[in-house]
Design a protein around this ligand. Structure first.
Ligand code: NAD
Ligand code: UDP
Length: 310
């Protein structure tokens, strides 16, 4: 199999490249390094089945030869990143997805879109089921990401229904693990960096908002199963173990022995979702998937990574 992974030099993308190489595929990683880094894929360069192409997928995308699978993961993902790059975020969700789907159609390849729990916005259905249409503020600061992904889902379904392209949509919930960027602004790298440096832990709002954190190898396994299924409608992949952000801060503080860090409170960003937890019944029943790495183990592995880069 020959698999194209857009955003392959990012956090999730680099783990996907690794997994598809391990399965014996040839992997073409396409990335413009906006929020990714070559060091994430350095260790893959020696593999003759791996190729890196530096390219902005919002511009027309051409790949020589046969292609069996296209995984479209290119997009800033951290709120700090998409707030800093709102227009490239909208473009890669819209034009980038159109280009990647066009390539899938031309090559008769399977296509998988990286969507997000953000399509549910600040949800008033809990836990979030795939049938829920969401509660998104299109003109708020997060709209550039949420609406780009909602458009991306819509155009993916249109290519599926109108052109008969074999497509899949994964709605990814908060995922963590090695190779997250230390300074990407997401809660987990922030808290780990702060705890390791003995800096204040910045809790936004009162810390009562919840998230559900999935370890990256579990996510990758769910994606691999979804790509090889016949299911075209969106599937949530995430770990349903839900905690408050305060609890996450306490767990990280407890892990970093001897840290001098203390919690401080900062303003809650606009439209910050109050509760988030995936209903994973579809992933369980259709894909036979369940998360296998619990938070205690996942946080330990991730902390070891951040210790090596902090
Ligand atoms: P990341 O920022 O580490 O990776 C994104 C990658 O896409 C980077 O390497 C970046 O350089 C690349 N990219 C961005 N714009 C591009 C463009 N126009 N052309 C080519 N490459 C481009 O983020 P991540 O956490 O690895 O997220 C990967 C994907 O998964 C994103 O689509 C994101 O929306 C989705 N996702 C991630 C999470 C999560 O918790 N990590 C949650 C929901 C959805
Ligand atoms: N958050 C926080 N302190 C930080 C970074 C984030 O309290 O230094 C909170 C943020 O307000 C949100 C949650 O942690 O409620 C998760 O934020 P993140 O940016 O990781 O991703 P989101 O799930 O909001 O997309």
């Amino acid at each position: 199999m020959r698999t194209v992974i857009t955003g392959g030099a990012g956090f999730v993308g680099s783990h996907l490249c690794e997994r598809f190489l391990a399965e014996g595929d040839e992997v073409v990683c396409v990335d413009n390094l906006l929020t990714g880094a070559l060091r994430n894929i350095d260790h893959l360069n020696a593999n003759p089945r791996f190729r890196f192409v530096e390219h902005n997928v919002s511009e027309p995308l051409e790949i020589d030869g046969e292609v069996d699978n296209i995984l479209h993961f290119a997009s800033p993902a951290s709120p700090a990143d998409y707030l800093a790059h709102p227009i490239p975020t909208l473009k890669v969700g819209a034009l980038g997805t159109h280009n990647a789907l066009g390539l899938a159609k031309a090559k008769d390849a399977r296509f998988l879109l990286a969507s997000t729990s953000e399509v549910y916005g600040d949800p008033d259905v809990h836990p979030q089921v795939e049938e829920y249409w969401g509660h998104v503020n299109p003109i708020g600061p997060r709209g550039c990401y949420d609406e780009a992904k909602r458009f991306a889902e819509a155009i993916t379904m249109a290519y599926h229904r109108y052109h008969g392209v074999k497509t899949h949509i994964v709605r990814i919930f908060n995922t963590y693990g090695p190779r997250m960027r230390l300074n990407d602004g997401r809660v987990l790298p922030n808290f780990m960096k702060q705890a390791l440096r003995g800096e204040p832990i910045t809790l936004y709002g009162d810390g009562a908002q919840t998230r559900s954190f999935c370890f990256v190898t579990d996510l990758v396994d769910g994606i691999y199963r979804l790509l090889h299924s016949d299911y075209a409608l969106p599937v949530n992949i995430g770990n349903p173990s839900e905690i408050t952000v305060t609890q996450l801060a306490q767990e990280i503080l407890a892990l970093v022995e001897g840290t001098k860090s203390r919690i401080i409170y900062e303003d809650l960003p606009e439209d910050d979702p109050k509760r988030r937890r995936p209903d994973i019944t579809k992933a369980q029943t259709i894909l036979g998937w369940n998360p296998t790495v619990d938070r205690a183990e996942g946080l330990k592995t991730t902390l070891a990574y951040f210790r090596s880069v902090v």
